[in-house]
Design a protein around this ligand. Structure first.
Ligand code: SF4
Length: 679
């Protein structure tokens, strides 16, 4: 790595004179380089000994926590592109990081390497237009459309015949969000008939696959990567080519991503899509009695949905709030009324052998039935939930409790080298938590490294826990006891005034945000408040906050990570409560039960505290983004203190604090207000 990182002579400094030396970035590059060399060597040995598929070596796994400001993107892009084991597949959690990689880091990397790199962004199949579906919908235009979809329909008339890549993003304001019309014409796997399709050769996905096959660097998101790994056995499911090297950035949420990718899900939306496709098929001259069989099936579905309580909540199957026996009967009735549909599809397929639509629809129906059967009779090692998201919207899911076998099957197998990286991989017990969650070997945990942030946290910021605050308990309203609410509100008002806005307030629930927001606004009329989810998309909201003097941004879960506000725009981050996952979350409860069976007491300290710590680290990470940033993180939750520091302090606080940036902890209003005034 000397050729790149050696001070002055290294290509990085020759290309960007005056660039800062970052020892953490260099160390990261060395770790990635070595892991790729080890993975390559293991594959060569395997090939030399006859390439027996049963002996194929697992990937070399290298976990790296790279503190904020390390420059981790270049820390992995440079060595992986230099190593020549292409294509390199980089998977990120957010679109924002994908854009940053493509628009900022890759041009820098190609400049330093002084050679072109072919990079392609791969998106999920539902982002692309299906030419066959477009042809069909043009032949039978939809009779009713929402206002938004009507505008989309008009735009599609010129866009669809001329688009070069079929990527929905190029549809401007129609480029994202829910749309019934787009759902009917996108290239999702369950409807695609693969090589039997007349458009297969020119299909946007076929062209994308060809592009990906010659790429040096492929950028995808976690969901696509994992869905692709799960689908790759099927005839026409996968999009991504084989790649020797996988870099999983933002890997702190990998457990959740694996759990989602391997969940069995059936939703009211999926039911509507299937129903719409069956309804369209019923218009076909060969459709026989399909039309007459649909209404009882849909009625059975409506009856089933009506049994799920109307509160917007998630229930485990063992919840006393669910009429489980009636739900089970309703599922059986829905399947019973669907069986004649399935039989009719089978007999139409026998008559109309040329048209692959019929067997495809039959497969989708069978999948729907088997998913709902699995959800209502979960196998050992799985836990089912029902989630009400709206009056007509329910999601039924069977989740895997233990993702370790999935990590092994879908990620460790099939790559030569797997790099896991994030600014937050370690909890207070180092990499053990990550190892436990993903099933890393002892050697892999031992090889994991933290590379230092170049920031001087001890002098750039303060961590403030207001004195006199009681322990935060949810209270009768789920927000907090009256004493805690009043104490926190007073402290927040005092802090945002001292910082003159420039503050990000992070809440752990919508209810909590709704309770504090009006009181903050009326107490601080001189400040402008922006609230997540109101009127603007995330980027636009952050931008408006940045440009508005004396502004306060109130955020929920997704603002705990990925909000990047370097410079004077942000001087104060308020964490309203330690972000423990709700203890009644059925999946978390199953994971804790499982962990407790393995080792007594592991559940809380081994799962909830590390999970909370990672999220807290993400929240804290919003404050210091560059070497010149300064500011205060205020935590309205004395559980972060030790028992000898505060009556509400907790012993686990030592474990949590061990992995946070080393801000000095202060409890003195005078010091914190003075510090804020100097910023
Ligand atoms: S190959 Fe599949 S996705 Fe592509 S146009 Fe045909 S049906 Fe649609």
């Amino acid at each position: 790595m000397d050729a790149i990182f050696a001070p002055e002579e290294g290509r990085l400094f020759a290309r960007f004179p005056g660039a800062e030396e970052r020892p953490g970035q260099r160390r990261m590059a060395e770790l990635v380089w070595n892991a790729i060399a080890d993975g390559d060597a293991a594959t060569r040995r395997w090939k030399d000994s006859g390439s027996d598929p049963t002996q194929r070596p697992d990937a070399v796994v290298q976990a790296i926590e790279a503190g904020t400001g390390t420059g981790k993107s270049l820390g992995y892009l440079l060595p992986s592109l230099m190593a020549g084991r292409t294509p390199v597949l980089v998977a990120t959690r957010t679109k924002q990081l994908q854009r940053q990689l493509l628009e900022e880091d890759l041009p820098r990397a190609t400049g330093i390497l002084d050679r072109p790199v072919k990079a392609v962004i791969a998106k999920g199949r539902a982002n692309y237009l299906c030419k066959l579906a477009w042809e069909e919908i043009k032949a039978h235009p939809p009779s009713a459309l929402t206002r938004e979809d009507y505008a989309l329909w008009s735009t599609l008339q010129t866009w669809a015949p001329t688009t070069e890549d079929g990527d929905r993003e190029s549809l401007g304001r129609h480029g994202e969000g829910e749309s019934e019309l787009w759902d009917k014409i996108n290239a999702r796997a369950e409807r695609c008939i693969g090589k039997q399709c007349a458009h297969y050769e020119t299909c946007f996905l076929t062209v994308l696959r060809q592009e990906l096959a010659t790429a040096d660097l492929i950028i995808a998101n976690h969901a696509l990567l994992l869905a692709d790994r799960v689908l790759r056995e099927s005839e026409f499911g996968g999009v991504l080519p084989d790649a020797p090297v996988l870099v999983l950035d933002e890997a702190h949420e990998l457990e959740e991503a694996l759990s989602s990718a391997c969940a069995e899900v059936w939703t009211s939306r999926a039911m509507s899509l299937l129903y719409a496709d069956l309804e369209a098929a019923a218009l076909h001259p060969e459709a026989g009695a399909l039309d007459a069989l649909l209404p009882p099936w849909v009625e059975a579905w409506q009856n089933l949905l009506a049994l799920v309580p109307l509160d917007l909540a998630t229930w485990g199957l063992d919840s006393v709030d669910l009429p489980l026996a009636e739900l089970g009967d309703a599922v059986a009735r829905w399947i019973e009324t669907g069986v004649p549909l399935l039989q009719e599809l089978t007999s139409i397929a026998a008559r109309d052998k040329e048209d692959p639509t019929w067997p495809k629809l039959g497969e989708r129906l069978k999948t729907a039935f088997s998913r709902m059967e699995h959800i209502f009779a979960p196998e050992e090692g799985r836990v089912s939930t029902l989630q009400r998201e709206g009056p007509h919207s329910v999601t039924f899911t069977s989740h895997p409790v233990d993702v370790r076998p999935l990590f092994h099957q879908h990620l460790r197998r099939g790559f030569e080298t797997l790099v896991l990286t994030s600014a937050t991989l370690r909890d207070g017990k180092g990499f053990n938590g990550l190892g436990l969650r993903l099933g890393l070997t002892k050697e892999e945990v031992a090889a994991a490294e933290h590379v230092e942030s170049p920031f001087d946290f001890e002098n750039q910021g303060l961590l403030f826990v207001p004195p006199g605050l009681p322990e935060r308990r949810p209270g009768a309203n789920g927000v907090g006891t009256p004493e805690w609410v009043e104490g926190s509100l007073d402290a927040m008002v005092r802090l945002v005034r001292a910082s003159k806005g420039r503050a990000l307030l992070l809440f752990t629930s919508r209810k909590m945000l709704a309770a504090f927001r009006p009181r903050l606004e009326s107490a601080c009329p001189e400040l402008t408040f922006f609230v997540q989810g109101e009127g603007f998309g995330r980027q636009a909201l952050v931008e408006r906050f940045r440009q508005t003097p004396m502004a306060v941004l109130l955020g929920l879960a997704s603002f705990w990570q990925g909000v990047d506000l370097p410079g004077d725009a942000l001087s104060l981050v308020v964490i309203t409560a330690l972000p423990f996952a709700p203890p009644d979350d059925p999946v978390l409860a199953a994971r804790i039960r499982q962990a407790n069976e393995v080792r007594e007491g592991l559940g809380f300290v081994g799962i909830q505290v590390p999970q909370m710590t990672l999220k807290l680290k993400q929240g804290l990470g919003r404050l210091i983004r560059t070497r010149s940033d300064r500011g205060v993180v205020a935590i309205m939750d004395p559980r972060l203190l030790l028992p000898h520091e505060d009556p509400s302090g907790k012993r686990y606080a030592a474990q949590v604090r061990a992995s946070l940036p080393p801000f000095p902890i202060v409890r003195d209003w005078v010091r914190v207000e003075e510090f804020l005034r100097t910023l």
